[in-house]
Design a protein around this ligand. Structure first.
Ligand code: BV8
Ligand code: ZN
Length: 239
């Protein structure tokens, strides 16, 4: 793998248009549970069963308990060296776009500014009835209510079965289609449409790099599959 790291490092040094997709594995070294790892369960429930509009309409109190638990956990989490390395990469290549599936806000906290939060933010709430939305890091009540119309608030994240904002998806597809290098980091490559961006980038001529602890469905199609911890590998790639 050393040869691959040296090769990818040289490619990054010379690249202009760098597109990066991150997932929960990038935040793992900050102590944030991943979605599908052993730590991904909450009260024996899978995140996928709770991050769902049906789950919310069936039992909003349970879904809010799940999100308030995650917000309280995240309140003490700091960006790790993977987040900082990607912020340093952006400083080196200002045209870089960082697309994240994560909702934890840790890329912004590390100083990355050219970030697309594909699946929204756990720190933002929105009203289930009116256009009210707010960024709020303080602890929320069990069933938060809208300041404007009094109806129930929900987390401003994209749940399973919900579409990504069309503008956001378009920007991600455009970035992958025009990238010199496309890097997918810390994601199991299972959640669509994010998981298809690596293949799209490759089909449009990008050099594709995967950094992940475990093999994924994308490992066989990328040009470089670097298996290991994102922080360790990115530290070697980005001085
Ligand atoms: C949509 C926000 C269309 C909420 C999330 C096509 C085929 C099959 C299914 C579908 C399809 N199209 C749509 C679907 C359904 C669904 C889907 O993809 N399901 C999957 C599970 C099969 N997709 C959707 O519903 C999407 N919507 O496509 O709409 C549509 C069209 C018309 C009408 C209606 C709809 C919406 C998807 C967004 C869901 N929301 N999050 C919240 O966070 O609460 S997704 C959720 O999963 C998180 O965002 C998370 O980031 C994301 C992806 O997971 P990963 O980040 O990859 O995390 P995971 O735990 O899986 O993996 C972590 C990896 O890190 C592991 O591989 C591990 O090895 C590695 N790792 C661990 N530690 C480290 C490490 N790597 C490096 N270093 C380490 N230290
Ligand atoms: Zn409202």
């Amino acid at each position: 793998m050393i040869a691959s790291i040296q090769t990818v490092k040289a490619l990054l040094d010379g690249a202009d248009r760098i597109a990066v997709l991150t997932g929960a594995g990038v935040s793992a070294e900050s102590g944030v549970p991943t979605f599908r790892g052993a730590d991904g369960l909450w009260k024996d429930l899978r995140a996928e069963d709770l991050a769902h509009p049906e789950a919310f309409s069936r039992d909003p109190r349970l879904v809010w308990e799940f999100y308030n638990w995650r917000r309280s956990l995240l309140a003490d989490c700091k960006p790790n060296r993977a987040h900082h390395a990607l912020a340093a990469l952006e400083a080196h290549a200002p045209s870089m776009l960082l697309m994240t599936q994560n909702v934890d806000g840790l890329h912004h906290a590390a100083g990355s500014s050219n970030v697309i939060e594909m699946h929204g933010s756990i720190w933002r709430v929105k009203c289930t009835h009116c256009s009210y939305t707010a960024e709020d890091h303080s602890p929320l009540p069990e069933l938060p209510r809208c300041n404007s119309c009094g109806e129930m608030l929900r987390p401003d994240v994209v749940w399973f079965g919900e579409q990504l904002e069309p503008g956001i998806l378009h920007s991600c597809v455009e970035s992958a289609a025009h990238a010199d290098i496309f890097m997918t980091i810390g994601t199991s490559g299972l959640v669509q449409p994010a998981a298809s961006l690596a293949d799209l980038a490759k089909r449009h001529g990008a050099v594709t790099v995967e950094i992940n602890l475990d093999p994924t469905p994308n490992s066989g199609l990328v040009d470089f599959s670097l298996q290991g911890k994102a922080g360790e590998i990115l530290d070697k790639l980005i001085p």
